[in-house]
Design a protein around this ligand. Sequence first.
Ligand code: AVJ
Length: 358
Amino acid sequence: MNPGFDQSSIHLALAHQSSTRQVSTSKRLANGYPSDLHLGDLGLTDLHPTPHDIERDALAGLSCSPKRLSSKYFYDARGSELFEEITRLPEYYPTRTEIALMETCMPQIAQAIGARAHVVEYGSGSGRKTRMLLDALAHPVAYTPIEISRTALLDSVARLQTEFPQIEMLPVCADFTRGVRLPESTRAAARTLVFFPGSTLGNFSVDEAVALLRGMRVAIGQHGAALIGIDLQKDAALIEAAYNDAAGVTAQFTLNLLTRLNREIGSNFDLGGFRHRARYDIGAGRIDTYLVSQRRQTVQVGPCAFDFETDEAIHVEYSHKYTDTGFAQLAALAGLQVIDGWNDSRNWFGLRLLVGRF
Ligand code: AVJ
């Protein structure tokens, strides 16, 4: 199933898990972050970005040359909805390939992870993959999704809690790139398992990805592991089609970023003045997505005016595609080691299990 990975190594790496860790006394995190909202009943920790955070990022990005905006702001309520629609498009292979892969390999993956994990998911998505993981694991003690979209977070946790009443839900509304202190589970966990599916890692620049993986290494510590989904390099036309669907949903998804900025920080982007463009850079192994200005225009963002030339592009998203060695090297830069892995039969998408090198 997973040639190239030494099955025995995982048992070496995870066999020494301590099963006698003390039960924590505090259930909620005290992370020192200001919190703009506490919904005690849901156990929600809310570090949702404020309009001030978003405006500061937008001003910084639009002041760069070439201009850029961060894809992390794609996921407001509408953006999350559009992304769910993307996952159902015929051209968009990653989600269905990863789900099919999980269907096949989940027993092996659960075996490799072991019992009583505190599952920490970076992003919460639709909950479908989470459900598969929580279903397969032996006695998971807690589930902590870290999700920037408050609506997506609360929806997914509410649904999962009814399906898994025995698992403690500890949602954190935050930007997971900012280093979040994790809530502790009431019952002792044997290990922390960071779950980062969907090849969301690919949306970060290499430096950001390494920083994120370093944070993950800290989060999982000596006894934990990370399960990461990665989209693999393949035929360029197949990849490009996935980001340029015939129905134009991806274009709507990209343009929704401007709608969101207009609404939340009062900018005046003309939605008809920009077009979606996504190109696969074979050398770099990544999709670059842009919003391209259709004419000369000036856009007001907070206190600043930004001039655009005709055809001037704002870079809005990376979507890296990996090779096995490329991913292992990236992980190594963050002090992580790939100890097991699974690919679908066409080698389009992979799941990798990593542990820290200490
Ligand atoms: C969030 C990583 C799954 O990069 O493929 C889909 C986001 N952007 N279409 C990806 C996305 C455009 C997506 N992931």
